[in-house]
Design a protein around this ligand. Structure first.
Ligand code: RB5
Length: 146
């Protein structure tokens, strides 16, 4: 396994992003950090877009987007056509991969404590898509959105 994880945050998700990068590196993943590089106030859509562009260009990669609540990141990513799942527990994370085949996890640093967030991240990365009827439903998301 040498999967690449593309990660980004805003200032509200900066500390959790750093913790995720350390954990991902310890677990053997390759990490591409799309910023920001400091705690200065910044605009989450810009960083969501950087991560989503990379996921669109290479579907072997998974993404992690973190802001204060996870809401702004998930709204931006989903509007960009990336199925991004805002998860606050391991069940969310497992289903986001197994049923929704979400390539992007969203976390809220001001919502989910670091220990739980890292556990959510691990489950997200280690769960495979189940396919079958779930693929049909994912395809229908595009159909009904046109
Ligand atoms: C920044 O204050 C905050 O609005 C942002 O991190 C995020 O929670 C937006 O959805």
């Amino acid at each position: 396994m040498n999967k690449t994880i593309v990660i980004g945050s805003d200032h509200g998700g900066y500390h959790l992003k750093k913790a995720c990068i350390k954990a991902l590196t310890d677990w053997g993943y390759t990490v591409e950090d799309e910023g920001p590089d400091c705690l200065d106030s910044c605009d989450y859509p810009l960083y969501a877009a950087k991560v989503c562009d990379k996921l669109k260009a290479d579907d072997s990669k998974l993404g992690v987007l973190i802001c204060g609540t996870g809401l702004g990141m998930s709204m931006t990513a989903n509007r960009m056509g990336i199925r991004a799942a805002l998860c606050t527990n391991e069940f969310h994370a497992r289903m986001a991969r197994a049923h929704n085949n979400a390539p992007c996890l969203c976390l809220g640093e001001r919502v989910t404590g670091q220990g739980l967030a890292l556990s959510v991240l691990k489950v997200f990365l280690e769960t495979d898509f189940e396919g079958d009827r779930h693929q049909r439903r994912i395809d229908l998301i595009d159909t009904v959105s046109q």
